[in-house]
Design a protein around this ligand. Structure first.
Ligand code: FES
Ligand SMILES: [Fe+2]
Length: 325
């Protein structure tokens, strides 16, 4: 049989391309693990984040702690049957008690506490309604704070609507969308690529995108400003005109190397709450659904072939490097 192809030179094929090829590590930063309102005083929850088992609890006085989940004694999971006693967490198996700093404070049947009886304690912050955990691969302390979003607690703005969804891809790839103006035409069916600009704050960490979008069948003309504090932690403000503004606060929980759970809080200026109503949320949801098939099947290209039109993507890749060791 004749073939139009030359025989394939297998040597030139390079590394195997598949979704199971080595993935990116998790980037340094703040990530959500739960909504604050879903965890009352004295409650304990198992958490899966950064490909690890963790335990989250709230003391009776309202403070939070996130610890590694497996007891240093015989390995019971503290998130399954662990009990809050005062400020501490008691293991369900033999009753060893751990403080918020992860140190064992009590063994009910022994006065001598081994020095290695401790769990890793993760920095935690309850901000904008989300319980946020600081991830650093070597356990270093937070290098920045979670930004406050005043609109989420402002009387001139609507009660936030909450939405959560899981995306089968790495948090960096999801964040990259912000700096990808060209995909709006192809994935989101916009007429044109919106004029846009990406800038970095003085210290280079906070990335801001401003885009001017034309009216579409789904949306009136608007100016969108997205401020990204670390991959997955973003504040997106959309300005439609005087008194007509919307805000989406987005936090991410990297669960597995290729899976991210997103938490969104959406609020609008009260002037447009009846006008915008549920349609706005539905429009945003369908926007995410447009991206979903791409995220579900794409691989991560460490060295993409970029063209001269990919300036903001190139900037994103340079920016994101600072979140890895
Ligand atoms: S396994 Fe936790 S106290 Fe024994
Ligand atoms: Fe998108």
């Amino acid at each position: 049989m004749n073939s139009v192809h030359e025989p394939i030179n297998t040597e030139a094929l390079g590394d195997c391309e598949s979704k199971s090829a080595p993935q990116l590590p998790f980037p340094i930063g703040w990530y959500s693990v739960e909504r604050g309102r879903n965890l009352g005083p004295g409650e304990v929850k198992p958490i899966y984040a950064f490909d690890r088992e963790l335990v989250l609890y709230r003391t009776r006085s309202g403070d939070l702690a996130v610890l590694d989940a497996f007891c240093p004694h015989l390995g019971a999971h503290l998130g399954h049957g662990g009990r809050v006693v005062g400020d501490n967490l008691r293991c369900p198996f033999h009753g060893w008690v751990f403080g918020r700093d992860g140190n064992c404070t009590e063994i009910p049947y022994c006065d001598d506490i081994p020095s290695r009886a401790q769990l890793r304690s993760w920095p935690v912050s309850e901000t904008n309604g989300d319980i946020m955990v600081w991830y650093h691969p070597q356990g270093e302390s937070p290098a920045w704070e979670v930004p406050e979003v005043p609109e989420l607690a402002d009387d001139d703005w609507s009660e936030p609507q909450y939405w959560e969804f899981t995306i089968p891809n790495h948090v960096q790839n999801i964040a990259e969308n912000v700096c990808d103006p060209e995909h709006f035409q192809y994935v989101h069916r916009q007429q044109n690529t919106p004029p846009n600009e990406v800038t970095l704050a003085d210290d280079g960490r906070v990335l801001t995108l401003v885009a001017e979008a034309e009216a579409t069948d789904r949306n009136p003309a608007n100016t969108l400003t997205a401020i990204v504090h670390n991959p997955g932690l973003a504040i997106v403000r959309t300005h439609y005109g005087p008194g007509a503004e919307m805000l989406v606060y987005s936090t991410a929980q990297p669960t597995k190397p290729n899976e991210t759970h997103m938490r969104w809080s959406l609020t609008v200026r009260k002037e447009i709450v009846d006008l915008a109503g549920d349609d706005v949320m539905e429009g945003i949801k369908s926007g995410i659904m447009d991206d979903y098939p791409i995220w579900e099947h794409k691989i991560y290209r460490e060295k993409p072939v970029f063209c001269k039109g990919d300036k903001t993507l190139v900037l994103f890749r340079k920016w994101v490097r600072q979140f890895y060791l």
